[in-house]
Design a protein around this ligand. Structure first.
Ligand code: S3P
Length: 191
């Protein structure tokens, strides 16, 4: 059995896409790409400043271009892509994921997300700036997750919990399902 060429990780802010992505790419000897990190590096400023100075629509354009660039580049070893939380919301990005990747939604309880996001001072999320207290943040997470659910459901091939499973178990479970998915894709292509 072989592995998919591209594995994309999606899900709400704070679910652990970067942490899981790094570990998974290491385990599979794949390249690792983080769309937010590439956008910030290319723009020469933080995501927070891109939102402030250029606006969200400009950021979303950069996000789609970044995903295309990652998929267009040749990765002989395959790659793991940690996608920004809002990336699967656009129809164009959904199609890029569906056509090119085995896509995993990482999921996590709201209170765990709120704790993680409050502690992550180095990565300010502009979309959460209007929720300064813990209660407001929890409410905001609940509302945003509900609005995004259908998009995450449509874009993902499987879902994996990152709060109840250890990092090792998350990696194992993604690897097992990725092999099964690839095997199925090959059988479909041959039939
Ligand atoms: C966003 C998620 C962020 C970043 C931006 C917008 C979103 O990435 O792309 O702040 O719309 O959910 P993370 O999911 O890595 O925090």
């Amino acid at each position: 059995m072989t592995m998919p060429k591209n594995i994309a990780l999606i899900g709400y802010m704070g679910v652990g896409k970067t942490t899981v992505g790094r570990a998974l790419s290491h385990e599979l000897h794949y390249g690792f790409y983080d769309t937010d990190a590439i956008i910030a590096q290319t723009a020469g400023k933080t995501i927070e400043n891109i939102f402030k100075e250029d606006g969200e629509p400009a950021f979303r354009k950069m996000e789609t271009q970044t995903l295309k660039d990652i998929l267009d580049a040749s990765h002989p070893k395959g790659c793991v892509i940690a996608c920004g939380g809002g990336l699967p919301l656009s129809e164009e990005n959904q199609k890029l994921l569906k056509d090119n990747c085995f896509t995993v939604e990482l999921i996590c309880a709201d209170d765990v997300l709120a704790d993680r996001l409050e502690k992550d001072e180095n990565n300010v999320r502009p979309l959460l700036a209007d929720a300064p207290t813990h209660e407001e943040l929890l409410k905001k997470i609940g509302v945003m997750k509900l609005k995004r659910k259908a998009y995450y459901d449509a874009a993902s091939d499987i879902k994996t919990e990152t709060d109840v499973l250890s990092l090792e178990d998350v990696i194992d479970s993604i690897s097992i399902f990725a092999e099964m998915w690839q095997d199925r894709q090959e059988r479909i292509a041959q039939s």
